[in-house]
Design a protein. Structure first.
Length: 663
């Protein structure tokens, strides 16, 4: 890419806050209404540069100790500074980094545990409303746990799977069962490096112990434990969350949906479901169709009840029910500022405390539903899984009852876009291989022949320190233009939906000719929406399937594959990034990196880890540089595989596909 082109992709000063027009409209409306939003607060509060670099230690009350990077110390005439206890910058940066991994892993894994508990109760028939929907997937998971599926009936298998899944959290010794889904070569790497996780909770707790004042003071040893913890997340807690959710609620298949704030309807009751766990949102979707509640809405003059999602809950209910998505992380306050949201129902993760203050300026009810996540002042209505539908109906009723309290002055941006979501790794198998012989073979063949240059996982949050959605959209457009197939989850996936990148037609208008040929032949978009944050485990499974199919190396680190989180924000993103790295994937963050204060720790993560794990970290200032680095990595992998030479391009049409299927 030319430097001139790359400059053109840099942040535009005339769009400093967002590149999403609907959000821009609402930011202006909120300001006019005198409402404080995250965009305004970010301008008022500059980030602490020492904390941002991971150089501040506050793990005991002798500090906090500030250990600025060597560059900053030189300016003060200092050579090296240590903390009051003698902790070096390497220890502090590594400790902070692995604590972020533990925080992220705990969030995903506690989500997974909640699903496993409900799963077991549902398998036992103890909770009405939940039942096993995908028995095929249940049997596959049962076989992973070594259950002889011919010996038991479906109910018994469900109970055994529930019990064995739950025991993965408390396992003290041995190896996590789910991690044995990784390619054999990858498992060997983990055993050699002594990072094969034992139990999910055990690794998280041990990380917290080791990072306590005065315990582990060797940065490499700390990072090793961080690696073990991250694998326990990606190949443990997150993967179990995804698998059990699919068995309970159905494995996603491609579904058409709508994205952006324009999905709200002024004349209907609007309920936003926001957070992460689908246990509640699945039931809210059912409750909103209850004739009694629809009649109640009508009695208030509303024409119906609209449910729309924000953040990963949105991805979950879109994939399984086609429920529209109102927006991603940075749009939660803006949705309320429309003035038409009668309730925002939240559970856990990525919920800004400010939504309560914003709601005070309009009429929105903020309803918290999890005992793990309350907001001072907000209405708390505990969602009881044992009485799920009645519980959800009560919550929906509270929203409907709030409809008459609207204050006027509503504004719904006339912006929404259609897109296809729900590409589980099983669906990719199906769509690429064909109905009669599901297989990753055509994907591998198209990577080998060069039509598809490689694969990128572009995932993660929005971050108000960068222009909202700009990082995701710019990077992804550049990747698909260069024939890189993109797999996306989380708020990145929602950004793509709003931009129209999840439509099959995007292949012709935005993708390189090779990628476009494949997408058009198969009927898929060049950007595949694979779900929520825990569904990054689907990307691991897709990468493993590519390896197992053959022809692209023996391990995930051999595949022309890269990962990115251009607008990362949360600890969960750090855990996801590190389990990508631990799985052998080159992974790049946008804008800043949380160990930047230590050159030594950063060099370990960015270079030395490749020797140990085959994957490594990187950072880029902007999406242009990020695309360049990812494509360069993909090309290096192609060269190592001996598939870098240009090959004759043959149009991959339907008759060839039929031949493949018949063969
Ligand atoms: S919701 S973790 S802002 S992706 Fe999963 Fe979005 Fe990041 Fe939350």
């Amino acid at each position: 890419m030319q430097e001139k082109e790359r400059k053109g992709m840099k942040r535009k000063d005339d769009h400093p806050k967002t590149v999403c027009e609907a959000s821009d409209e609402l930011i202006r409306k909120a300001a006019a209404d005198g409402v404080s939003t995250v965009f305004e607060r970010a301008e008022a509060m500059k980030p602490c540069s020492i904390g941002a670099e991971g150089s501040c230690c506050k793990n005991c009350s002798m500090g906090p100790c500030r250990l600025p990077s060597s560059g900053k110390l030189k300016e003060n005439g200092e050579k090296r500074r240590v903390g009051i206890c003698g902790a070096t910058i390497e220890t502090v940066a590594a400790r902070n980094f692995v604590r972020m991994i533990a925080g992220g892993a705990s969030a995903h894994s506690d989500h997974g545990r909640g699903i496993a508990e409900v799963f077991l109760a549902a398998a036992k028939g103890e909770i009405p409303g939940y039942e096993i929907k995908d028995t095929q997937k249940l049997f596959e998971l049962a076989m992973d746990f070594g259950i002889d599926i011919d010996e038991f009936d479906t109910r018994e298998i469900g109970i055994k799977v529930g019990e064995l899944s739950l025991s993965e959290w408390g396992r003290q010794e041995g190896e996590l069962v789910m991690a044995r889904r990784a390619p054999l070569r990858r498992q060997e790497v983990w055993r050699k490096q002594n990072v094969f996780p034992r139990g999910i909770d055990r690794e998280i707790v041990e990380t917290m112990h080791r990072t306590h004042m005065g315990v582990d003071q060797d940065y490499k040893n700390l990072i090793t434990q961080g690696t073990r913890t991250a694998i326990a997340d990606g190949w443990g807690g997150s993967m179990l969350a995804t698998e059990l959710q699919d068995i309970l609620f159905g494995t996603p298949v491609p579904v058409r949906g709508s994205f952006n704030l324009g999905v709200l309807k002024e004349e209907e009751v609007n309920i936003i479901i926001h957070g992460h766990e689908p246990l509640l949102s699945e039931m809210v979707v059912v409750a909103a169709q209850d004739p009694e509640l629809v009649a109640l809405a009508s009695s208030y003059g509303a024409k119906g009840i609209t449910i729309a999602g924000i953040c990963c809950t949105a991805n979950e209910v879109l994939m399984r029910h086609g429920i529209p998505i109102a927006g991603n992380f940075l749009q939660q306050e803006l949705a309320i500022a429309t003035g038409v949201v009668d309730a925002m129902i939240v559970d856990v993760q990525c919920i800004m405390q400010s939504i309560f203050d914003v709601a005070q300026c309009y009429h929105t009810n903020i309803i918290t539903t999890s005992p793990k996540g309350k907001i001072a002042g907000a209405k708390s209505m505990r969602f009881d899984e044992h009485n799920a539908l009645e519980s959800a109906k009560g919550i929906v009723r509270a929203a409907v009852d709030n409809y008459p309290n609207r204050l006027g002055g509503a504004k719904i941006p006339n912006k929404r876009c259609e897109g296809i979501a729900g590409f589980s790794h099983e669906t990719i198998d199906y769509m690429l291989g064909g109905m009669f012989r599901a297989s990753y073979r055509p994907l591998n063949d198209n990577i080998i022949n060069g039509r598809i240059r490689g694969i990128a996982g572009v995932v993660g949050c929005n971050n108000v320190r960068t222009s909202h959605d700009w990082g995701h959209i710019t990077l992804i457009k550049e990747l698909i233009k260069n024939d890189v197939l993109v797999l996306t989850t989380g708020c990145a996936a929602i950004a793509c939906g709003k931009e129209g990148l999840l439509l099959p037609e995007t292949a012709a208008s935005h993708a390189g000719s090779g990628l476009a040929e494949v997408c058009e032949a198969v009927g898929i978009p060049p950007v595949l929406h694979m779900g929520s944050c825990v569904d990054n485990s689907r990307i691991l499974m897709a990468a493993s399937a590519v390896v197992k199919e053959g022809g692209l190396g023996d391990d995930i680190c051999d595949v022309p594959l890269a990962g990115a989180a251009p607008e990362w924000m949360s600890e969960k993103a750090v855990s996801i990034g590190h389990y990508f790295v631990a799985s052998g994937i080159y992974t790049i963050f946008g804008r800043s990196f949380p160990t930047a204060g230590s050159d030594v720790v950063t060099a370990h993560l960015f270079r030395e880890l490749e020797e140990e794990l085959g994957g490594m970290w990187d950072v880029a200032r902007d999406p242009g540089e990020m695309a360049e680095k990812m494509i360069a990595h993909i090309d290096r992998k192609r060269k190592a595989l001996g598939i870098d030479r240009a090959r004759e391009r043959v149009l991959y049409d339907m008759s060839m596909r039929r031949e493949l299927e018949a063969g």
